[in-house]
Design a protein around this ligand. Structure first.
Ligand code: ADP
Ligand code: MG
Length: 241
């Protein structure tokens, strides 16, 4: 569903990412790790077609970076939800209005909006806070609103760029558990984090590890090799792009 083929993104001062190849299949969950500056945000921006590769090819759903037309980018983005470290909520709107705004942008019929907002906020455990503004919510609650908004388009993929970076450990766990729930319902999740301890504490989750713009390791690839030797886990390698 996501496929990178020898992808590099080079700026005048140097490469943000170089020679990256991996696949993420339908319904998978993976961490994208690496220290600050390793290239995590660049990878997520490439998947969102926020930026195009200098070399290689990015394929997301049925769109390729080599062939996508400008007018298809909004269509692609409907299948890719995005959550940020700093939430990016509209501060003057309530939680419900923030989610409703996203639904209006994609042309949801007016009469459906109220019900869908309620369902989305319930999904993230915030039905009771629908009328609160971001300034009245905790960090964890704000991030849940951002997740509800990202799910408004019923995306195939949820991208999260350091989504727990501004949260205390307890709220971070809560938001992470929400991602797991979203994933169990069928949405693929790719979560960028530089928090190596957090990643280590979830050993069953696939890890794509970046270092200086290169993909240093992909735990699914190691599992696949082990699988060939008779250890279960080979199926962790993603499906088709
Ligand atoms: P991370 O998210 O892992 O911290 P980034 O993907 O943001 O890393 O950045 C990777 C590298 O690419 C950094 O050295 C950064 O300075 C550089 N970079 C990112 N975006 C741009 C840009 N628009 N122009 C120039 N350099 C950039
Ligand atoms: Mg980043």
């Amino acid at each position: 569903m996501i496929r990178f083929r020898d992808v590099s993104k080079v700026y005048r001062r140097g490469a943000a990412v170089r020679d990256i190849s991996f696949r993420l299949g339908r319904g998978e969950f993976a961490f994208l790790t690496g220290p600050s500056g390793a290239g995590k945000s660049t990878i997520l921006d490439l998947i969102h077609f926020q930026t195009l590769p200098t070399h290689g090819e990015v394929i997301v759903s049925r769109y390729s970076s080599k062939r996508i037309r400008r007018r298809d980018v909004p269509k692609l983005r409907r299948s890719v939800g995005f959550v940020f470290q700093d939430f990016k909520l509209l501060e003057r709107l309530t939680a419900a209005e923030n989610v409703a705004f996203a639904l209006r942008v994609i042309g949801t019929p007016r009469r459906e909006i109220k019900g869908r907002v309620q369902r989305l906020l319930s999904q993230v455990g915030l039905a009771a806070r629908a009328r609160s503004r971001p300034s009245e919510l905790s960090g964890g609650e704000r991030q849940r609103v951002a997740v509800a908004r990202a799910l408004a388009t019923e995306p195939l993929i949820l991208l999260a760029d350091e989504p727990t970076g501004n949260l205390d450990p307890r709220a971070a766990r809560g938001v992470f558990e929400l991602f797991r729930t979203v994933n169990r319902r069928g949405t693929a999740v790719l979560m960028a984090t530089h928090d190596a301890d957090f990643v280590r504490s979830h050993p069953s989750i696939r890890v794509l590890a970046l270092e200086h713009g290169r993909l240093e390791s992909d735990s699914a690839v190691r599992l696949a090799t082990a699988g060939a030797a008779g250890v279960p886990g080979g199926s962790a390698v993603g499906g088709d792009a």
